[in-house]
Every structure is written in structure tokens, then in C-alpha cells.
Design a protein around this ligand. Structure first.
Ligand code: EPU
Length: 416
């Protein structure tokens, strides 16, 4: 199993090119199931999760050709309407095939995702929405079995804001009969990116970017070309690394309009940020100042950046409070950070971080994707060597992170 060996203490300087967003690419690749035509995608990140979803889609009969960041999909020969447990258990986003398969083929069998390191993460809202659209859904032998000759448009109010739930129902609604209204819809830029592709494929969607999506179903969708939006979480992760260890880095191929809260918090921490159309320069000359925040849905502070900002707070001047409101168990990195000398205590959904003068390298273990990224940041700040185990979590969602970081001066290497 690969590990990362990091010797901390180096400042970061130079340029990093950000990849396409994982959480936009995954639903967008599933949207290829909605049409018999060809969908051409670019800026698709090179990640384990993308490899996994492509394997699943190919198993269903979707043709997928990958050439660097370009992926060409053709859904004219889909013959298997199932996502097996073996695939869903490795990647929960596999649930995103449910809506498209049901809408286009009238049937889908998708394994129920099991437990997850960061929380229980049920998919009841996906099911509730599809049932409201007329689907007959049964749960048998661990599988969601959904059937509907033709989905029917209706008004759906989800109990909470769910990102993949909104995406699944949005894709289903594009081919439903009549009008679907999705209230309490997620407004994440990744949902918007998916909606923009669907419109390019002939879908009729109003309210894109808002919490009320109104979809007029169409008979069929056609092919389209689309460039996946830049990854705001990858961008913020690198910005946070610079703010933690100091330096001067310019990030290219970014979407500055999706990063308001990260900008605010990094400025509060003392970073100097300048930006243009598709670039951001982060300069940090001093020790960061502690910043408190509470995770919420977009446009609030993303849960997917919580751990990385906590790493910065570990070495910051002052103390901070971080409240996690989206997932019930997303503090798995805390014990690992404390092994590096951090001073973090947890009370329920709140972490209290007292900034320390220094962290000291130690062997640590990654527990999920963003926790892994936070341990990389903490290790870059720590004195001496840190060996991070189980970095397959990192490879799921970051495109060659160690290559990008070493190009800006980090002492980081992958060891087999
Ligand atoms: N929830 C339910 N029932 C549902 C759906 C969600 O109770 O049917 C709850 C969840 O348990 C959670 C909250 O609602 O407490 C929000 O979950 P959401 O459905 O929004 O999460 P998700 O769609 O499963 C996506 C991202 C996550 C990201 C969350 C929150 C993808 C593929 N995944 O997950 O990304 O943390 O939204 O923004 O888009 C990551 O990239 O590291 C990651 C975990």
C-alpha cells in the first residue's frame, strides 16, 4: 500500500494547475447514461473515483474512451441496469446512476451504499423523490430496485439539502413527463455544472444555481460537449497549505467565483490574495491567525474544507472553534493531528483548537479523503518526518497531489 513521506518546514512557491472537480465529474459522467448520443467531456480529473465510475458505467454498456483529461461517452448500447455492491461499497457516488437509468430505461437496481467513515449517509431522499415521481421502489437483498414505465413530474421538497440527491432527481426529471419542481435543492457549483451540461444536452431547466429547480421533461436528450468546472476544494486545499506553511503560490485554471468563504477565511488568517479571471495568487509571510467557522451548505463554509482549515488552525496564533454541521463523524483527523502535537479537543460537533508553536512529524493514518489532505498540510508544517499511511483515500479525490506539491517546493514523496 502506498504511503506519503513528508519532511516538513519548506515554504511553498511557484505555480500549480488545478484539475477539474471530482464532485462535478462524477454526476456528469453518469449523465452520459441519459442519451444514446455522444457526450464529449474535457477537464476530467485523473482520479481513482473517476476510474471507478468509468468502470461501473462500462459494465452497464456505456462506451467510454479516455484520453488525458478528455472522456468521450456513448450510451447507445446500455444493456445492464445495475450497480453491484462491489462497486457501490467502494464509492458511494455510484448511487448517481439510479436517476438516469430509471428515467431512460424505466428500471434500475443499485446496491444500497453501506456505512461510511464520515457519517451514516443514508439515501432516503433520493428514494423519496423518485417515489414522488411515480417510481415503485423496493429494497431487496441490499439493493434498491426502482421501476417506472415513465416518471411523472411533481413538486419535491427534500427534508434536508442533499448534493447527490439533488443531482439524481435533477437527472431523472429531465426525461420525466411534465414539470418537476425541486425545492430545497443544493446550490453547490457542482450541481450547477451538471445542470449546465444537461441544458446543453437539450434539458429544460430553470432556476440553475438557486434552491428551486424547475424542470420541464423532454422526450429525449442529445449529445453535447462540456468542460468540467475547476475543483474548488482542490484549489482551497492548496491555498490552505500555503497559508499554513508560508510562501507565494499562484493557482491556475481556478474558478474564483466559487471560493468566497475560503477567500474570506484565508484573508482573516493573514494571507494576501490577488486574483484574475482564472488564477489566484496566495502570499503568506507570517504565522497564520486562528479562524473559527461552521460548515454549511454552499455558499457557506464547505464540509469538504473543514479538515484542511483545521490543520492550519493547529499551528495558528490563537484558538479557534470549528463546528461541523453536515456529517456526524467528520473529525477523524483530530486524533491523528494530536499525534503530531496539535492541541484539539472535541465537544459534540465542535472542535476547539489551541494553536501550538510547532507540530512534530510522526506516523499517521488517513481515514477519508479530506482527512488525508489535512494530514498532508499538517505534515508540511511539522518539524521532521511524517509518514502518512492509507493514502488510497487521497488518490480517490486529488489528481497527483504529491507531484503538484513537490513542484512548488514541498519535500514529499510517495513510497511503495
Ligand atoms: N442525507 C440524508 N439522506 C439523503 C441524503 C443526504 O440524510 O438521502 C444527509 C447526509 O447523511 C448528510 C447530509 O444529508 O448528513 C448532506 O449529504 P449530501 O447528500 O449533500 O452528501 P453527498 O451528496 O453524499 C456530496 C459530496 C461530498 C460532500 C457532500 C456535502 C459528491 C460525490 N460527494 O456528498 O463530498 O461532502 O456532498 O457537501 O458530490 C468529498 O468530496 O470528500 C465528499 C465527501
Amino acid at each position: 500500500m502506498d504511503k506519503l513521506l513528508i519532511r516538513g518546514g519548506n515554504r511553498l512557491s511557484g505555480e500549480i494547475t488545478v484539475s477539474g472537480a471530482k464532485n462535478a465529474a462524477l454526476p456528469i459522467l453518469c449523465a452520459g447514461l441519459l442519451t444514446a448520443d455522444t457526450v464529449q467531456l474535457s477537464n476530467v480529473p485523473n482520479l481513482q473515483d473517476v476510474t471507478t465510475i468509468l468502470r461501473l458505467l462500462r459494465q452497464m454498456g456505456l462506451q467510454a474512451e479516455q484520453d488525458g483529461d478528455k472522456v468521450t461517452l456513448n450510451g447507445s448500447a446500455i444493456d445492464k441496469l445495475e450497480a453491484p455492491y462491489e462497486m457501490v461499497k467502494t464509492m458511494r457516488a455510484s448511487i448517481l446512476v439510479l436517476g438516469p437509468l430509471l428515467a431512460r430505461f424505466g428500471e434500475a437496481r443499485v446496491s444500497l451504499p453501506g456505512g461510511c467513515a464520515i457519517g451514516s449517509r443514508p439515501v432516503d431522499q433520493h428514494i423519496k423523490g423518485l417515489q414522488a415521481m411515480g417510481a415503485e421502489v423496493t429494497i431487496e437483498a441490499g439493493y434498491i430496485h426502482a421501476k417506472a414505465k415513465k416518471l411523472k413530474g411533481t413538486r419535491i421538497v427534500t427534508d434536508m439539502i442533499t448534493v447527490t440527491g439533488t443531482e439524481n432527481l435533477l437527472m431523472a426529471a429531465t426525461l420525466a413527463e411534465g414539470e418537476t419542481i425541486l425545492e430545497n435543492a443544493a446550490r453547490e457549483p457542482e450541481v450547477t455544472d451538471l445542470a449546465n451540461l444537461l441544458v446543453a444536452m437539450g434539458a429544460k431547466i430553470e432556476g440553475i444555481g438557486t434552491d428551486r429547480l424547475v424542470i420541464q421533461g423532454v422526450e429525449s436528450l442529445h449529445g453535447a460537449s462540456h468542460a468540467v468546472i475547476a475543483d474548488r476544494i482542490e484549489t482551497a486545499t492548496f491555498m490552505c497549505a500555503v497559508a499554513t506553511v508560508g510562501g507565494d503560490v499562484t493557482l491556475r485554471n481556478v474558478r474564483t467565483d466559487t471560493l468566497d468563504v475560503a477567500f474570506d477565511k484565508l484573508r482573516e488568517a493573514g494571507a494576501i490574495l490577488t486574483s484574475g479571471d482564472d488564477w489566484i495568487r496566495v502570499q503568506m509571510a507570517s504565522r497564520p491567525k486562528a479562524v473559527s467557522f461552521r460548515t454549511t451548505e454552499y455558499p457557506g463554509f464547505p464540509t469538504d474544507m473543514q479538515a484542511q482549515f483545521m490543520a492550519m488552525n493547529c499551528v495558528a496564533e490563537g484558538s479557534s472553534r470549528v463546528i461541523e454541521t453536515i456529517f456526524e463523524n467528520r473529525f477523524m483527523h483530530v486524533q491523528e493531528m494530536n499525534r503530531l502535537g496539535a492541541a484539539i479537543t472535541i465537544e459534540g460537533h465542535t472542535a476547539i483548537i489551541n494553536g501550538v508553536d510547532k507540530l512534530v512529524g510522526a506516523p499517521v493514518m488517513a481515514t477519508d479523503l479530506r482527512a488525508s489532505a489535512s494530514l498532508v498540510i499538517a505534515a508540511l508544517a511539522a518539524e521532521g518526518e511524517t509518514l502518512i499511511d492509507r493514502i488510497y483515500h487521497l488518490d480517490r479525490g486529488y489528481d497527483r497531489m504529491e507531484v503538484k506539491l513537490s513542484a512548488v517546493g514541498a519535500d514529499i514523496q510517495r513510497v511503495k
